[in-house]
Write a protein that binds this ligand. Structure first.
Ligand code: MN
Ligand code: MN
Length: 331
């Protein structure tokens, strides 16, 4: 045969991460060049056999300022093709250890926030029922509530590590709407989805409506690591504190990209100056090695506000750090 198009070797299927040559040939861009789940199978069947499933949630109907996060799953998929399997810091073959799939996106009409919550919860529950760890790529931060509802109905109340510039424990008073990206952790605490004393909030620094803003979380036993404390103590110290506090508990990690300084992550809807550097954010997640991660989301990436895909690249790498934490538990 005179097939001159490809001199590249395309290895057999059943590799965990497709080689760059395969991705180059077929032109599709699943998360991290992973296999796609087979959506023709019902219920949890598409995810059976997977250890981890990446799920896009292209919803930004919960933002209070600039929209755009609904497009993040497409952009982060595209740039995640550059991330390779071997994690040099942890010395682990992430996708060789952890059978991971791209679970596609949750599909919904973006006009009905209650329906979106229900559909996200259903899909996360399906991933959990298959025995896999869900990794959500939002979307705005409102999607953490249905994710935690599914997580808690499977595992009971969990520990939550929340990295963010904002507390996300507001109520409906400001907007007359109780479900948006500033309120999910209030609901999660009120609904008992988080074990008392096991909400760990890192990087908090946004201005507040009043001195009372932190009270709800503190009354529910939240531990707040303001950005000033993170800066003075170091992310390694914070990671060690959190690791010690969560112990052997099930941990859900919810990472709002606006925790990172807008100089490093400009593509987000509610930027707050003075945040983590990219390197600190990566070091923070590496410092959590050993925790029992039962789910993660990465939210608030708004590609239309980004420059040179900086924020999308960072988001892909932070997801990879989370996947590495899950892989370390299996090694
Ligand atoms: Mn935020
Ligand atoms: Mn948030």
């Amino acid at each position: 045969m005179n097939d001159t198009s490809i001199a590249l070797r395309v290895p057999a299927p059943r590799v965990a991460q497709q080689p760059a040559a395969a991705y180059l040939r077929h032109g599709q861009t699943p998360f991290f060049r992973l296999p796609m789940a087979n959506f023709e199978r019902p219920g949890s069947a598409p995810y059976v056999g997977a250890d981890a499933v990446l799920l896009g949630v292209p919803y930004d109907g919960g933002v209070t300022y600039q929209p755009g996060a609904r497009l993040a799953p497409y952009h982060v998929r595209r740039v995640s093709a550059l991330v390779q399997t071997f994690h040099a810091f942890h010395e682990i073959d992430v996708f060789g250890t952890l059978a991971a799939l791209d679970g596609g996106n949750v599909a919904f009409p973006p006009f009905d926030s209650r329906l979106v919550r229900d559909l996200v919860q259903t899909e996360v529950a399906r991933i959990l029922a298959a025995g896999a760890v869900p990794f959500l790529l939002g979307g705005d931060h409102s999607i953490v509530l249905p994710a935690l509802r599914a997580i808690a109905s499977r595992h009971g109340p969990v520990a939550v590590v929340h990295v963010d510039a904002h507390l996300d424990t507001s109520d409906g008073e400001v907007w007359g709407e109780d479900f948006h990206h500033g309120t999910p952790l209030r609901h999660a605490l009120a609904e008992g989805l988080i074990e008392r004393g096991q909400l760990h909030q890192i990087g908090i620094r946004a201005s507040m409506g009043s001195a009372d803003d932190a009270r709800f979380g503190l009354e529910h036993g939240a531990h707040v690591y303001p950005m000033d404390e993170v800066a003075s103590q170091s992310v390694d110290w914070v990671a060690a504190e959190v690791r010690r506090a969560v112990g052997l508990r099930n941990v859900y990690l919810t990472f709002d990209v606006d925790a990172i300084d807008p100089a490093f992550a400009p593509g987000t809807g509610t930027p707050v100056p003075g945040g983590l550097t990219s390197r600190e954010a990566i070091a923070l997640l590496r410092g959590l090695a050993g925790i029992n991660l039962v789910g993660m989301d990465l939210v608030e990436v708004a590609p239309s506000l980004d420059h040179a895909d900086l924020t999308s690249h960072l988001a892909a790498h932070l997801l990879y750090e989370g996947l590495a934490l899950a892989a370390l538990r299996m090694a």
